[in-house]
Design a protein around this ligand. Structure first.
Ligand code: HEC
Length: 188
């Protein structure tokens, strides 16, 4: 067994050395080239390219409707699972800057000299599409989170942002009766 291990290792290395894929001519990321007129080897997909998984409806992907306006309501079915997914993604991706309740109370906000992350409750009258496109495109010094969050996850985050906004701005008579008595019983 002991002899077999080095043999297997030599075998593995040999595969690498003689593998024609290793040595074939190719462009490495960020290397320049004289082959293409713009000198860039990493070609951008032609305009209008759709993902191989199928085209996504423009309104769903952008948060902007056919009339050019931000979608007032998210174009996805609202469910408890969606909001739970949104909570997980918000806690992982957004809370570090905007705080767990979205009120802008975070270590990053305290230490950020240039525009700190604001409370996401301030613009609660804005349409769902607004929050979706901020996450998708970024906003001022905040980067886009399109690479980290899929389209579905971004809408889930929007659903959770709505839940957070409601949690900080709800009237007691908006709660179901049994929840109402529970809240009223809890000490402040
Ligand atoms: C690295 C810190 C950081 C992270 C992470 C972050 N943001 Fe932001 N966000 C900011 C900052 C800073 C601004 C203000 C930018 C400016 O004014 O230039 C901002 C602005 C916003 C705004 C616009 C607020 C307004 O007043 O119009 C929204 C909405 C928002 N973020 C939501 C989110 C959501 C949702 C996530 C998670 C997907 C997220 N942010 C992740 C830092 C962050």
């Amino acid at each position: 067994m002991r002899r077999l291990v080095p043999l297997a290792l030599v075998g593995l290395c040999a595969c690498q050395v003689f593998d024609p894929m290793m040595w074939q001519q190719k462009y490495k990321p960020y290397r320049g080239t004289t082959f293409f007129p713009d000198g860039v080897s990493m070609l951008a997909p032609p305009p209008g390219t759709v993902p191989s998984s199928g085209a996504i409806e423009p309104a769903l992907a952008t948060g902007i409707g056919p009339d050019g306006k931000l979608l007032p309501v998210a174009p996805v079915a609202l469910s408890r699972d969606l909001v739970e997914l949104g909570r997980r993604k918000f806690d992982q991706t957004c809370a570090i800057c905007h705080g767990l309740t979205g009120d802008g109370d975070s270590m990053v906000a305290k230490n950020m000299a240039l525009r700190p992350p604001p409370s996401i409750h301030l613009k609660r009258s804005f349409p769902d599409g607004y929050f979706y496109q901020v996450v998708t495109n970024g906003f001022g010094v905040m980067p886009s989170y399109a690479a980290e969050l899929s389209v579905e996850e971004r809408w889930a985050v929007v659903a959770y942002v709505r839940a957070l906004q409601l949690s900080q701005n709800a009237r007691i008579d908006q709660l179901p009766a049994e929840q109402r008595s529970k809240v009223q019983e809890e000490p402040r």
